[in-house]
Design a protein around this ligand. Structure first.
Ligand code: 26W
Length: 817
């Protein structure tokens, strides 16, 4: 309940908006128009708080974190915003009175999909927590014209469709042309000696104007509204026709094109570095604009730029924003006139770096040629950072040239972004305990040995406001009914549920809510896939980006294996199971796309086989994204978290499933380790090799999957079905590459790189345990409730408090209205 919320005023605003924006009365308005009208009305409600929040920050002169990220996967705003202003009931009533269903209106909003997956969604959860906890924070990113592509499934194959998310406008954003900033690319550096000092002047460059758009990030029930600032690019010509006047027509056109292309589209790669020039332009574009703006803002209030770090901290979300380091150095050296040592002191006390992956193909290494051509002055600075860093290595390890080779920022013709980030940050963190240990002891061992004090862990978290309160209203109400609503801002409080876990009546209530949510998802599946699924079957779900290390392939191979068993043994005793997949593959990732086709081919055969009596169903949910994720988590019984141990830095869907009462079926990887620690190993289904074992095999050149192929006839049968047309009669060779990837060393440097065959038997065993466990209704209900009760650690509120305590050192601000 929001005491300050005036229903009558709100209703009038909605009606006025429909009239003024669309020249229509409410009964003529389309749902999309009503959505727009409601969104603008909500913006009206929060605008004073947004202003007041920033006034308060100014007044307190509060230290601010800038969360610098190429990706913010915000999803839809309306539903979340009205929840955070605590006016969901009121808005729902107003809409009822106007003859509209709030859920239908929410469905009109496109997802803001300015991110790929885990890293982008984590940034969104962090913004929610920062605002809710009352910490001064900006998210800084790019206003991509096209976000993450929409996925269509045609004939079982993924087809990418552009995501034109801005086509109806974006009601919550505000354009801020007064903060437009020029960003320069290319040209050359002229050195001029003035008063005995060298000045570095970039000439012959192209530039664009970065224009920010601000989006409100609303704290839960606390009047705080923070800002997500995303930058658009505009041609500079419209501001300054000089070059055109001087007859430099070519350059004017090029600058126009640069502005158009730079923010055109989000790169849909997850965990894969592609080395595209435009990507580096995007990185420097939003970083230069954000850093310039932060410095300017600081200088409005403070004289001594050498104390910048007292008021500002830059958190680098993976290496993508690492040019922050040389860009801040450039501003301090070239514009503020600091000495190198002074500038370095400021930079290294301002920047902190988060690592999100150990996948070696994700490491950003830019060719010197490209980097220095695009960013000539920045490159000079990187060279000097590298030169001094090598000196430091040599003084610590005299004569040890191996160390220099392994740790240099520039080596082998490449600029290594992670190494620069580590060398120049005061904090380096991993995103789950196991991940941080692997960074310290394996991947970044040399850096850890040289500067152990920088390394720390921050286990990821998720926001319960979106993934329970908004996504699963039935369960949210039930929880509140049992223990009150403190869990909304203090998730560990949810532990109070534990005493209800063994109570028969509570178990019934809980399982009934799960059943209602399964009906809701079954309806969605019927509408979108045309497949009937039985809400009484076990909903066994794997939703995440498609990647070999996440092993969706192992999941579908196991489905094939189960299907074979059912065919051989029609009376086999098994609880009906619905396997649900959702995953986008990077557009250029052939094998991942083929895996999607395999899942859909298997689904086609199984779903249409009358002889198995619907005991097995396979569903691939098209266009998995934040909005349908909310429905999926709420309806899941089993959460598949089956990455090859050591490969998944943390995972965050594992936490969202747990919060919604699904049991984890997973490996001891990423945050699964900590989930099991919280809920107890007996309330999850753990299988497979440990990360130590995986790493040991890797260091010894892998293992021989042929042995398994030769000795295990069930596995052999499944693999043969990949190449005998069993699931692709019209093209028996279709899945040859997948078969080869598992068995043939020629198709990848190691056969079965991700140990699918090696872990298969123990995976199948774990599935058998799920089947047995689900029959014990009381045990399952108890376990599901205990999962909810023990998920307190995994709120992003906790994660943010740890960042604040150990890295950012911010103070909470209160906003009175
Ligand atoms: C340069 C291409 C590229 C693009 C994205 C490389 C790497 C990425 C991201 C780091 C991939 C990513 O999203 N990583 C995920 O981050 C989550 C939040 O910390 C973790 O929970 C996931 O385990 C991790 O895969």
């Amino acid at each position: 309940m929001n005491k300050g919320f005036d229903k009558a005023t709100f209703k009038r605003t909605v009606l006025d908006n429909v009239k003024n924006m669309f020249r229509r009365t409410i009964d003529e308005a389309t749902p999309q128009q009503v959505f727009q009208a409601v969104a603008y009305a909500v913006k009206d409600v929060i605008i004073d708080e947004w202003i007041a929040t920033h006034k308060e920050y100014e007044k307190k002169d509060a230290k601010t974190v800038y969360y610098l990220s190429m990706e913010f996967l915000m999803g839809r705003a309306l539903g979340n915003n009205i929840i955070n202003i605590c006016a969901r009931e009121e808005v729902k009533e107003v809409l009822d009175e106007l003859g509209f269903d709030l859920n239908v209106i929410e469905d009109q909003e496109p997802d803001a999909a300015l991110g790929n997956g885990g890293l982008g969604r984590l940034a969104a959860c962090f913004l929610d927590s920062l605002a809710t906890l009352g910490y001064p924070a900006y998210g800084c990113g790019i206003r991509y014209r096209y976000g993450m592509f929409k996925q269509k499934i045609e004939n079982g194959f993924q087809v990418e469709v552009p995501d034109d998310w801005l086509k109806d406008g974006n009601p919550f954003e505000i354009r801020r042309p007064e903060y437009a900033t020029e960003v320069k690319f290319g040209g050359y550096v002229r050195i001029e000696n003035r008063d005995g000092r060298n000045r570095f002047i970039q000439e012959g460059y192209q530039s664009v104007m970065a224009v920010p758009y601000d989006l409100p990030v609303i704290g839960y029930g606390n009047n705080v509204v923070n800002t997500l600032r995303i930058w658009d690019a505009q041609p500079i010509n419209t501001f300054n026709l000089d070059s055109f006047d001087r007859g430099d027509y070519q350059k004017a056109v090029e600058q126009e094109n640069l502005a158009k292309t730079i923010v055109e589209v989000l790169y849909p790669n997850d965990n894969h570095y592609a080395g595209k020039e435009l990507r580096l332009k995007q990185q420097y574009f939003f970083i230069s604009a954000s850093v310039q703006r932060a410095v300017k803002k600081y200088k409005e209030k403070h004289d001594d730029i050498r104390k910048f770090y007292d008021k500002v901290v830059f958190q680098l979300n993976d290496t993508h924003p690492t040019v922050t380091i040389p860009e801040l150095m450039r501003i301090l050296l070239d514009e503020e006139g600091l000495t190198w040592d002074e500038a370095w002191e400021v930079t290294t006390r301002t920047c902190a770096y988060t690592n999100h992956t150990i996948m070696s193909e994700a490491l950003e290494k830019w060719p010197i040629e490209l980097f220095s051509r695009l960013l000539p002055r920045i490159y000079q600075i990187v060279e000097e950072i590298n030169r001094r860093f090598i000196e430091q290595i040599q003084s610590k390890y005299p004569g040890n040239y191996e160390k220099v080779k392994k740790m240099a920022i520039i080596y082998d013709g490449q600029v290594k972004m992670a190494y620069m980030a580590i060398a120049a940050s005061f904090s380096v963190n991993g995103v789950a305990r196991l991940h941080t240990e692997i960074l310290k002891n394996e991947e970044l061992k040399d850096f850890y040995q040289m500067m152990p004090e920088k390394f720390n862990n921050k286990t990821n978290g998720i926001t319960q406001r979106r993934f329970l309160l908004h996504g699963n209203p039935l369960l949210a109400d039930w929880v509140t009914d049992k223990i009150g609503d403190e869990w909304i801002t203090n998730l560990p409080h949810i532990e109070k549920l534990a005493i209800y876990a063994s109570d028969y009546k509570c178990q019934q209530e809980f399982m009934n809510i799960k059943y209602q949510n399964k009906i809701r998802l079954a309806k969605y599946i019927k509408e979108h896939n045309g497949v009937d699924v039985d809400p009484r079957s076990i909903f066994d779900v794997q939703v995440k980006r498609l990647h070999e290390y996440k092993r969706q392939l192992m999941n579908i191979l196991h489905v094939m294996y189960l299907y074979n068993q059912l065919k051989d043994n029609p009376n086999m005793d098994m609880v009906p199971r619905t396997f649900i997949f959702g995953a986008k593959a990077a557009a250029g990732y052939k094998r991942a796309k083929l895996t999607i086709k395999l899942i859909n081919s298997v689904a086609d055969v199984i779903n249409n086989d009358k002889t198995i009596n619907g005991r097995l169903k396979v569903v691939f949910i098209e266009d998995y994204r934040v909005s349908n994720a909310e429905l999926i988590f709420a309806a899941a019984d089993v959460s598949e978290q089956i990455s090859t141990a050591s490969k998944e830095a943390s995972g965050t869907s594992n936490m969202k499933f747990m919060l919604n009462g699904a049991l984890t079926l997973g490996t001891m990887d990423g945050a699964n380790v900590e989930i099991v620690e919280e809920v107890g190993a007996d309330r999850a289904f753990i299988f497979g090799m440990s990360s130590d074992e995986v790493i040991r095999y890797e260091n010894n050149g892998g293992y021989n999957p042929m042995e398994i192929f030769n000795n295990d006839q069930d596995i052999r049968r499944v693999l043969m079905q990949l190449i005998n047309g069993y699931f692709s009669p019209q093209d028996p060779e279709l899945f040859r590459d997948i078969y080869n990837s598992l068995l043939n060393t020629k198709s990848s440097d190691r056969a079965d790189t991700y140990f699918i065959l090696k872990d298969f038997r123990s995976y199948a065993e774990a599935h058998k345990k799920v089947d047995r466990a689900y029959r014990d209704e009381a045990w399952w209900a108890e376990s599901a409730i205990l999962n909810v009760a023990h998920c307190g650690k995994f709120t992003s509120d906790r994660t943010i408090e740890e960042y604040v305590r150990d890295i950012w050192h911010l103070s909470k601000v209160q906003v009175e209205m």
